[in-house]
Design a protein around this ligand. Structure first.
Ligand code: IPE
Ligand code: IPE
Ligand code: MG
Length: 246
């Protein structure tokens, strides 16, 4: 039986988030420029988005550019932004064909105008799609997001729009970039690094973590299915005992 056929449709993670890491090392191993690693990584994005749509995962969130990535060499940032523009243009068709809605999370205002324009265009054109919500984390940092949330809520408290006693999970959720997304069920990081790198700190509170040595440009649909099967073999107890669950 293929890996895909082994996946239990009743136990699918509703929301998968991926830290797509290892493009640079993939290129270096081949004696190529880092940029070619990013280009190759874009092909994996297409594969994985299609795979999620195929098996009916409802939410996929991809870490594409972090607040810390602004500290990379200017030339690499420029090339990444160019790649983003061309990928958005090229993949609009794929998104429409597969009924996928594009969403962006992060401090989008910091992106170059040309990128924002393309992004807003694709978001607008796909806004009525409902098979899968694909969120791109761009200029995203979880601490920045939490600080922004605290500022917004504080202002509402100051203006008597909300009282401090009423601040709960849902108030916080409603102020995050991810306000329209459910909590993450499965977080995948490629390339062997075992860290979170400032991604979705609040939203992964009870996510299952999956680390693989595979570099992002080598990550295939089969690798995704493996991760999902691994997830399905875990017992998610949410603080309860095993006996309580059965
Ligand atoms: C991930 O690959 C892509 C981005 C962070 C934009 P890297 O560029 O971090 O690749 P490595 O970690 O150097 O191999
Ligand atoms: C995390 O990868 C950010 C993205 C995948 C976009 P990095 O390669 O930037 O993370 P660190 O620096 O290794 O933690
Ligand atoms: Mg990296």
């Amino acid at each position: 039986m293929s890996l895909k056929d082994q996946i239990e449709t009743s136990k699918l993670p509703k929301h998968i988030a991926i830290i797509m890491d290892g493009n640079g090392r993939w290129a270096k191993k081949r004696g190529l420029l880092r940029n070619l690693g990013h280009k190759s990584g874009a092909k994996s994005v297409k594969q994985i988005v299609e795979a999620c749509a195929e098996i009916n995962v409802k939410y996929l969130t991809l870490y594409a550019f972090s607040t810390e990535n602004w500290n990379r060499p200017k030339i690499e940032i420029e090339l990444l932004m160019k790649l983003l523009i061309s990928s958005l243009r090229k993949e609009l068709k794929t998104l429409q064909k597969n009924n996928i809605k594009l969403n962006a999370i992060g401090n989008i205002d910091l992106l170059p105008k040309s990128v924002r324009k393309e992004l807003v265009d694709v978001i607008e054109k796909t806004k009525n799609n409902n098979r899968l919500t694909l969120s791109l984390a761009l200029s995203y940092g979880s601490r920045e997001e939490i600080i922004k949330t605290i500022k917004e809520i504080s202002l509402k408290v100051k203006n008597n729009l909300i009282s401090p006693e009423n601040i709960d999970n849902s108030v916080i959720n409603n102020h995050l970039y991810t306000r329209n997304l459910p909590d993450v069920d499965l977080l995948i990081r490629t390339s062997g690094e075992q860290r979170i790198s400032n991604f979705l700190l609040w939203q992964i509170a009870y996510a299952e973590l999956y680390f693989t040595e595979v570099l992002w440009p080598d990550f295939t649909k089969e690798n995704l299915f493996e991760a999902i099967l691994n997830y399905q073999n875990r017992e998610r107890r949410f603080g309860k005992t095993s006996e309580q669950l059965s």
